[in-house]
Design a protein around this ligand. Structure first.
Ligand SMILES: [Zn+2]
Length: 401
């Protein structure tokens, strides 16, 4: 579990932290380049220990002497993250790690050896004064907080944050809700459930996204080197943060409600990344935040002892009649309603799909197919063997950051 709150570093701390961000970036980018080159020319992977040794070499380089001026812990952590990022990439769970840019969000991870937290007072390595932050959880006593990791970050709009990670005891499993639900994620509606509920995409998001586009156009139109040009990126970044926060809030409320009301949740493994390559749908889908939604469902199911089942994305959930299992040969994307030629049932396209998703998930539960444990939550993968025999694997979800 993690608590994130606004931080207000003083001028000295800002300087130290900015320098630390810079060093993290240098270490990340150089290590990434070296890894890349090694793979390209020698076809060899690079282990964490090798990157660690390389860091020692970097520090001895007089041109990189500044690396020794900051705490070594965030640098080491950057190597760990990169290693994890590569493992996720080779496991086909993430895309190829990218270079870090000066313009994007900056962060530095401090483990216990590089910070102290006593009585709600946080001190970071290489700084003298405590780091000021505003605690925003009235239900949690900050003076008793014992974090295992502290992450300091700065958003492109200039706001500072500090995130406290703690090893929390797993909450009590929630009482059985007595329901199971299949969820069909869509573009027009965010989601449709097998119970017939339509969860609309929030309207205010659209409006905020329009504002964002306006700011981004404005950046492009400003006179270069003008005062307005200098201010524009921060304004765009603020608009972007508002969109992101509103979207995250919507996803949290939706995922919490679904996990609270159901013992079993079945969703389709949508391979969001593949769909995003389709430019036409790209904006709509990345706006929906399906990947984030899935991640939230997974960890919340873990917290409350619920079961999340992912069914294979090739399952023809839209084209199968949920009443008699008749499979249509063709169903165009524009068709919202259809009547089953075999049993005469009238179907709403999305609700029918959600019902099929639920049925496919329950079929797996019944025959006890491939079950894997991922963290504390249970996930199962349901693969229609006759449809996709090669894809018996399961997507292991990973927490972000
Ligand atoms: Zn039918």
């Amino acid at each position: 579990m993690a608590y994130r709150c606004r931080a207000y570093p003083d001028a000295d701390q800002q300087q130290v932290l900015t320098r630390t961000f810079g060093c993290v970036r240098v270490v990340w980018n150089r290590t990434l380049a070296a890894r890349h080159q090694r793979w390209h020319f020698e076809r060899k992977g690079t282990s964490y220990a090798e990157t660690d040794r390389e860091l020692t070499v970097m520090k001895r380089d007089p041109a990189l002497a500044f690396l020794s001026e900051v705490s070594s812990v965030p640098l080491q952590q950057a190597l760990r993250h990169q290693h994890a990022a590569f493992q996720a990439f080779f496991g086909k769970r993430a895309r190829y790690p990218r270079f870090k840019s000066r313009q994007s969000r900056q962060c530095a991870h401090y483990t216990r050896s590089a910070f102290s937290m006593r009585g709600g007072v946080l001190r970071l390595a290489k700084t003298t004064a405590p780091l000021r932050f505003v605690w925003s959880w009235p239900g949690v006593e900050v003076t008793r907080l014992d974090p295992t990791m502290v992450v300091v970050s700065r958003d492109p709009d200039g706001r500072w944050y500090v995130t406290f990670s703690i090893d929390a005891e797993a909450p009590e499993p929630a009482e059985s809700a007595g329901h199971a639900v299949g969820i069909d994620l869509g573009v027009k509606d965010f989601a449709v459930t097998s119970g017939g509920e339509r969860i609309a995409n929030p309207r205010h998001l659209e409006r905020k996204a329009r504002n964002l586009a306006r700011y981004q156009r404005r950046v492009a139109r400003c006179q270069p080197w003008s005062a307005n040009r200098a201010k524009a990126p921060a304004k765009a970044a603020r608009a972007q943060r508002k969109v992101r926060d509103a979207r995250r809030d919507f996803l949290h409320r939706t995922s919490t409600r679904l996990v609270r009301d159901n013992d079993v949740i079945v969703i389709e493994d949508l391979a969001v990344k593949n769909m995003i390559r389709n430019r036409k749908l790209a904006t709509a889908i990345s706006d929906c935040g399906w990947g984030e939604f899935r991640r939230q469902l997974e960890y919340k199911c873990g917290w409350y002892g619920r079961e999340l089942i992912m069914i294979d994305r090739w399952y023809p959930s839209s084209k199968t009649c949920s009443a008699c299992r008749h499979l249509l040969a063709h169903l165009s994307l524009g068709t919202r309603h259809w009547t089953c030629p075999a049993c005469g049932a009238r179907h709403d396209r999305d609700i029918n799909a959600a019902k099929n998703i639920l049925a496919a998930g329950q079929a797996v539960t019944a025959c006890g197919a491939d079950v894997r444990h991922s963290g504390t939550s249970r996930m199962r993968s349901a693969v229609k063997q006759e449809l996709q025999p090669a894809r018996a694997g399961i997507t292991v979800l990973q927490g972000g950051e």
